[in-house]
Design a protein around this ligand. Structure first.
Ligand code: NAD
Length: 345
């Protein structure tokens, strides 16, 4: 008898659904995409037609639908919590896009809903699954650069207006739907990556976050943050929607025995420079982007499905999402208050 496939509904049929969730579910041999949802029905219909699924305009309608075991939440940030909580309550494993939510309370409510329902909650922090970052983590854990003393990480591009299905007038620039701009879109990715690579918590933040240049919207388009870890390492995180042209998506870690450069060399995505002068170069794939053809398999969907199949909690859990969000919230508060802020643990 054929193995029963895991039925999935994708809620939100915009760009991340189109470029990542839908093709990666469709490529998975054990998954069937059952439904697409979008508040603009034609967006759901377009994807439903392509993948042989049903289309809906209200997420509530797919939560009781026969054959739906899991959902992807691919909607604007402000709707992550209500939709995720409803899906978990309805007994669906839920993969929610980043940032997990718009507040610590919302994030905690999502985690509690997962615990109560016994269904998994995973957050789409794909950076730590990228081969260069997996390799970097292995090298760090082997102690190749010794104790990490300082670090810097940056994620920037010209802005989401060419990416989002809604263009320059879309939700990304609307505080009510996005809650935060470049910090929520890009900064939170690097907040998660830093926690993953450093293997410890960020405990304190100082930041300047501003709406410097974009003519539209009411959210930040640039952020420069200084962070301190539990063990006392200090470093910087920058996020920008105004680096034009191109994308900066790089991290450098400075340790007691050497330097680890990630995504800074166009040929070798991981470069180790040891204090004695020796250099090591690793070709482990580029930093993946969401540009056309830039990211064939983020690993996020495979990890989510594997969790369900093996009944193992996802590594990028709600709690991991909450901790990455806490760093962003501390940076926002620091910028507002012009004070150093402790990151809520
Ligand atoms: N992991 C990543 O690398 C990555 C990259 C881009 C976006 N994202 C995240 O994915 C999410 C979606 O972003 P996007 O780039 O696809 O945006 P998008 O603007 O391209 O699409 C969002 C879609 O959600 C729909 N929508 C809004 N509210 C809805 C609701 N209540 N019910 C159903 N549909 C609704 C909109 O109509 C739109 O079609 C965001 O949280 C964003 O932060 C993650």
């Amino acid at each position: 008898m054929a193995k029963k496939k895991i039925g999935v509904a994708i809620i939100g049929s915009g760009s991340i659904a189109t470029h990542r969730h839908a093709p990666e579910y469709a490529a998975h041999p054990d998954v069937e995409i059952v439904a697409f949802v979008d508040r603009f029905p034609e967006r759901a219909e377009k994807l439903a037609k392509k993948y042989g699924a049903k289309a809906f305009s209200k997420y509530e309608d797919v939560l009781d639908l026969k054959g739906v075991d899991a959902v992807s939440v691919c909607v604007p940030n402000a709707f992550h919590a209500p939709i995720t909580i409803a899906a978990l309550k309805a007994g669906k494993h839920t993969l929610c896009e980043k940032p997990i939510a718009t507040s610590a309370k919302e994030a905690q409510d999502m985690i509690s809903a997962s615990e109560k329902s016994g269904k998994f909650l995973m957050i789409g922090h794909n950076q730590r699954l990228m081969p260069l970052h997996v390799k970097a983590k292995q090298l760090i854990d082997e102690g190749i650069i010794g104790k990490i003393i300082t670090f810097r990480t940056s994620f920037s591009h010209p802005g989401p207006e060419t990416w989002s299905i809604e263009g320059p007038t879309g939700w990304f620039f609307d505080k009510k739907q996005a809650f935060v701009g470049s910090m929520g879109d890009l900064g939170v990715h690097k907040a998660d990556l830093l926690r993953f690579l450093l293997g410890e918590e960020i405990v304190e933040a100082a930041a300047m976050v501003g709406h410097l240049y974009k003519p539209m919207g009411d959210v930040d388009d640039n952020a420069v943050c200084v962070l301190r870890t539990q063990s006392g390492a200090i470093g910087s995180l920058t996020a920008s929607w105004t680096h034009n042209p191109g994308e900066d998506n790089a991290t450098t870690l400075y340790g007691s025995k050497g330097i680890l450069r990630l995504g800074t060399n166009p040929q070798y995505s991981v470069v180790v420079e040891l204090a004695g002068g020796e250099k090591q170069f690793y070709q482990v794939g580029k930093v993946q982007t969401n540009d056309e053809g830039g990211q064939s398999d983020s690993g996020v969907i495979r990890a989510f499905i594997e969790s369900i199949q093996t009944n193992t909690p996802p590594v990028i859990s709600g709690s991991e999402g909450r901790k990455a969000l806490a760093i962003i919230l501390a940076c926002l508060k620091s910028s507002e208050t012009k004070q150093f802020v402790q990151v809520e643990q």
